[in-house]
Every structure is written in C-alpha cells, then in structure tokens.
Write a protein that binds this ligand. Structure first.
Ligand code: IPM
Ligand code: MN
Length: 351
C-alpha cells in the first residue's frame, strides 16, 4: 500500500517522540511491503513562531491531501502563563479537528501485565482494565460562543450541542460496543445540564437500533470516582468534549504511565493519530520522554487503514520492550532507564 502521512511534530517533546514513531513505521513498511511518504508540516507554538499562526493554511492543505495525520504534541509554557495571548498553540489543534471533521476521539485505556505494579492504583483494582472513551471532539463548550461582558468583569463560554452531533458520536459508540463486550456507558450531567439531557434523550432513542447493547447512564462526577475504584467494570464510554478531556487524563494513569496511551481522532476519511500526553516542556530535548504512546498511535493508524497485522506487530514489539525493561525513566527501575531514541531504535529493530 502507498501511504501519504502528514507529520505534525508540534511542540515540546513532540518532535522527539514523532521521530521514534517514524522509525517504527518505516520498519513496518519494509516488513509488510508498504511505501510511506512523510509530509512534515508546522503546527502549534512552532508554527506561531515561524508564521504567526498555529495551524497555517499550508499545513491544512498538506493534511487534507494525506491519508492520515500523525501528530506529536502541542503547547508551550510561554502561552500558558499569559492569559491575554491572542494566538495560542492549542487553537491550532482545535482548528485542525474542526477543519478535518474529526468529531470522534477514540481514547483507549488498557493495562500491560508487566506494568501492573507501576500504576498508582492497586493491582487488583486495575487488572483486566480494557476500556475505550469516545469523546466528542468538535462541539460543546470548546466551540460555543465565548467572550466577556460587563466591561470585562464577566466571562462566558457557551456549551451547545445539536441532536445530530450527539447521534453521530453515539452511533460510533454503539458500533464499537458491538465489536467488544456490548456494554455502553453514556456519561453526562443530566441532573443539571440541558445539553446532557439532550445527550441522554438522543442515546435512549437509539437503543432500539442496537438491542444487544446494554446501555447505562451515569453522571460524570460518579464516573470520575468509579474510574479509579473499578476501572475494569467499564467497556465503551461516550461523552461530550470537556468531560471527555478530563476523564481521559484521569483514565490514562491507570496503565502506569500517561506516556503509553495512544488516541485516534476520526470522523472523515483522514484520521489523526496522537499520543494523549501533552508537550511536556520540562522534558524537551532531554531524550527522556516515553515514545510508546506515539508508537501505539501509529498502530491505531495502521489498524484504521484495515492493516491489522501491522498494528498487531507494533503492539507486540511494544509489549516485548516493556517485558524486557527497554523503557524510559517514567517506567524504569532505578538507573536502568533507556533514552527516547534508544527505545525507538530498539522498537524499530525488533518489529
Ligand atoms: C487534548 C488536549 C487538548 C484538548 C488541548 C491541547 C486543546 O488537552 O487533546 O486532550 O483539550 O482537547
Ligand atoms: Mn486533554
């Protein structure tokens, strides 16, 4: 297969972890006879510094004309501490999600047998955890009208959802549940929020089309609690944009390191694949960041092309590295950490 992949390394540790994923993908291409053509493009603070815009038109053109986007990370502290900044790196990611129609963010959380004791949660709580969040990505409070009034003394962010936006996300949730254990949890705050009542009502109306799927409805605050009490009681969870943002960060620590969790953003022909961690400024350029989340995001990319064996090969080599302790400092025993690049080299050589 011939694949054109837009490569958006972004900020912070983005370029370092992306380099490792590229090595692994190239090794997969050689092994399985594919041809990958990488199309690097600017995004985030790196793009603001270069051209004044976090998602330049040129980058959008490259993404639009690719089969998928592999993304590193976005964000820079110089913007975080400046609430008055008009242009922010994060706007690039939001603009890209909207422009590419990526309304469904797939964020799995699973455990690795060799890492059960790395998790901050007790082994017996997390053993067997294998859940997937489907987070709505192009609506809700992130994209509603925002602004100031009363001479700047009052601020507002509107949360808006249409039935159609809920339906298309929920449809993906039901379909995913059908391929798994047929359990779907709709996460909302329907006791308080009108948008949540629309979510609940819409999902309830869809239940009849998927009679085999057992649907539960839970409030977001209760899910936040049960997620760390009994994560292995969940399978597929669907939720709106902001709840999904928060809960998936929470869920990511279950596996033992946020540096392990991949994600896919889907909705149109072009998927975007990225680690769920951020730009980790403190680690930038130190060759210590864990590249595995990005490498596993590449596995999701191959799987989304229907190249299941390729995805499996990547997952297998990551597991193999974890079992042998070929890991970065977030997972290493004292003084036994490998560098970002060394982990990437090992994965590419052993794929
Ligand atoms: C994420 C990130 C983004 C989000 C930021 C960088 C805009 O936290 O992908 O979860 O909030 O969606
Ligand atoms: Mn987030």
């Amino acid at each position: 297969m011939k694949l054109n992949i837009a490569l958006l390394a972004g900020d912070g540790i983005g370029p370092e972890v992306i380099d490792q994923a590229v090595k692994v993908c190239d090794a997969i291409a050689t092994k399985f006879n594919h041809e990958i053509s990488w199309k690097p493009a600017l995004t985030g603070a790196a793009a603001i510094d270069a051209v004044g815009e976090p998602y330049p038109d040129e980058t959008h053109e490259i993404c639009k004309n690719s089969d998928a986007v592999l993304f590193g990370a976005i964000g820079h502290p110089k913007f975080d501490n400046d609430p008055s900044a008009k242009v922010r790196p994060e706007q690039g990611l939001l603009k890209m999600r909207k422009a590419l129609g990526l309304f469904a963010n797939v964020r799995p959380t699973f455990t690795f047998p060799s890492l059960l004791d790395k998790s901050p949660l007790k082994r017996e709580r997390i053993e067997g955890t294998d859940l997937v969040f489907l987070r709505e990505l192009t609506g809700g409070i992130y994209f509603g009208e925002k602004g100031r009034r009363d001479g700047g003394e009052t601020a507002f962010d509107n949360c808006v959802y249409t039935r159609e936006e809920v339906q298309r996300l929920a449809k993906k949730g039901f379909e995913l549940a059908m391929t798994r254990s047929k359990r779907l949890c709709c996460v909302d705050k329907a006791n308080v929020l009108e948008t949540s009542r629309l979510w609940r009502e819409t999902v309830q109306a869809m239940e009849k089309d998927y009679p085999e799927v057992e649907v539960s409805y839970e409030f977001v605050d209760a899910v936040a609690m049960r997620l760390v009490q009994w994560p292995n009681s969940y399978d597929v969870l669907i939720t709106e944009n902001l709840f999904g943002d928060i809960l998936t960060d929470e869920a990511s620590v279950i596996s033992g390191s946020m540096g392990l969790m991949p994600s896919a953003s889907l909705g149109s022909d072009i998927g975007l694949f990225e680690p769920i961690h951020g730009s980790y400024p403190q680690a930038t350029g130190k060759n210590i960041a864990n590249p595995m989340a990005t490498v596993l995001s590449a596995a999701m990319m191959f799987e989304n092309f229907g190249l299941l064996e390729e995805g499996k090969a990547i997952r297998a080599v990551v597991n193999n590295a974890l079992n042998r302790g070929i890991v970065t400092e977030d997972l290493a025993e004292e003084n036994n950490a490998y560098g970002t690049k060394e982990v990437g080299d090992w994965l590419a050589e052993n794929v």
